[in-house]
Design a protein around this ligand. Structure first.
Ligand code: PLP
Length: 413
């Protein structure tokens, strides 16, 4: 599906293009499949449409297969731990992308072999690095200090260690990143040279992750071009640098509405981002013994497939609108501050309410005055209705604390 341009001036006053909801679970059409799972436990809950989850994975896989002989998709665990724990993406072939020792151990516990774990992040303890080195994980070193520590640890253990470097590119129109070694000021090239100075060692791979929700494929193209430049001239004596993997990160937008921080928002089909990346890296990728291209998406894989389902506890008229209280809270959807919610009202039989809408404010059930989940149009609500929030799969569940209530369960259908 080609995502459309979504302009959304204020919460709820969304201009949602025709077909917008096609990207998300359809409680009405798939009632027979989703309904029994939804009714299995009390709301609030997250409901995963596993078909959409698998489809997003296959979209990335197809886009990569068109352009790169060797590729891997490493699911960024922190985006939604329940999805990682379900093993669904792992069964489709996904590797694990982890950013802490805790996540690394989770990945191992779920059955990912070291070779299929990408270990990123700015804080890795020595014992965690040593374990990853021993188990042959792909470690992306974040900075010079970490590189020296890894080199020291590696002396003790050569094993199957794969050590790559996280690099960053300063791109016009993109906020600079605090992570990785700069490609512009020679820091990345110096780290490559440092590794090459160790007998028998070379960087196993390069890694570059732009910020989340980078909607302009041009940014990926420019970032990949800078990586290609390092590959072309960063090797021994200014020659070609050979690596076993190139990881261009995640950050690909899913099909949700415009983040509040953006004035323009034009997410493209995933293939356009992959083409932008592979187009620049093709000389390296086309090589017979060229590197594996790794992508490590989070939100693209999980954001669309998961809805947050709450139940209406109270609804009362207020002025010309209504105040609706649900059994969820804004702490269960912490990304409400990042992106306005898209909400729809259903009867308890999962039929959408289609009556004409009223200006509505949806309040959460915590004791905080500012627990507001949504403000915008909704049909008149009735106690017992389901209020469903879309595009809820990325980061909400993993960032949701046990605040006042239990954290909502994540159910798979
Ligand atoms: C290193 C790294 N890789 C991948 C991701 C996943 O990003 P996204 O969910 O935007 O695809 C993140 C998220 O912050 C990240 O920091």
């Amino acid at each position: 599906m080609r995502p459309g341009r979504v302009d959304q001036p204020r919460d709820g006053e969304a201009f949602l293009p025709p077909g917008f909801f096609d990207a998300f679970p359809s409680l009405e059409r798939d009632r027979e499949r989703l309904g029994p799972v939804l009714h299995r436990t009390d709301t609030p809950l997250f409901l995963v449409d596993t078909r959409i989850l698998a489809e997003r994975y296959r979209e990335v896989e197809r886009a990569l297969a068109r352009r790169s002989a060797r590729s891997a998709i490493a699911y960024s665990f922190k985006t939604n731990y329940a999805v990682a724990e379900s093993r669904l993406l792992g069964e489709l072939g996904a590797w694990a992308e982890v950013v802490s020792g805790r996540e690394y151990r989770l990945a191992r516990g779920l059955g990912h072999p070291g070779e299929e774990i990408v270990f990123n992040g700015p804080h890795k303890r020595d014992d965690e690095l040593l374990l990853a080195l021993t188990e042959g994980a792909l470690i992306h070193v974040n900075d010079r200090e970490e590189l020296e520590r890894v080199l020291e640890l590696r002396m003790a253990h050569h094993g199957r260690a794969r050590v790559g470097l996280r690099v960053k590119a300063d791109l016009p129109g993109v906020e600079p990143s605090r992570f990785g070694l700069s490609l512009e000021d020679g820091e990345a090239a110096a780290a490559v040279a440092r590794m090459l100075s160790v007998p028998g060692l070379a960087p196993a791979g390069l890694h570059l992750h732009l910020r989340g929700d980078t909607d302009d494929p041009g940014h990926f193209r420019k970032a990949a071009r800078r990586v290609a430049r390092l590959l072309a001239h960063g090797g021994p004596e200014g020659g070609r640098l050979r690596v076993r993997s190139l990881d261009l990160g995640g950050g690909f937008p899913a099909h949700g509405p415009r983040p509040r921080s953006r004035r323009t928002w034009d997410p493209r089909p995933i293939g356009e981002y992959v083409d932008a990346i592979t187009g620049e890296l093709s000389p390296a990728l086309a090589h017979e013994d060229g590197p594996t291209l790794i992508l490590e998406p989070g939100r693209y894989l999980v954001a669309d497939a998961i809805v947050f389902v709450s139940t209406v506890l109270r609804a009362r008229r207020s002025g010309n609108g209504q105040l609706v209280t649900v059994d969820g809270t804004v702490t269960m959807l912490p990304l409400t501050h990042y992106c306005p919610q898209i909400a729809r009202l259903f009867t308890s039989d999962l039929l959408p309410r289609r009556d004409s809408s009223l200006p509505s404010t949806v309040l959460g059930s915590s004791c905080r005055e500012n627990d507001v989940l949504y403000s915008g149009p909704l049909p008149p609500a009735v106690r017992g209705d389901f209020l469903v929030f879309y595009a809820a799969g990325a980061y909400n569940s993993s960032l949701s604390p046990e605040f006042i209530f239990d954290a909502p369960p994540v159910l798979f259908a």
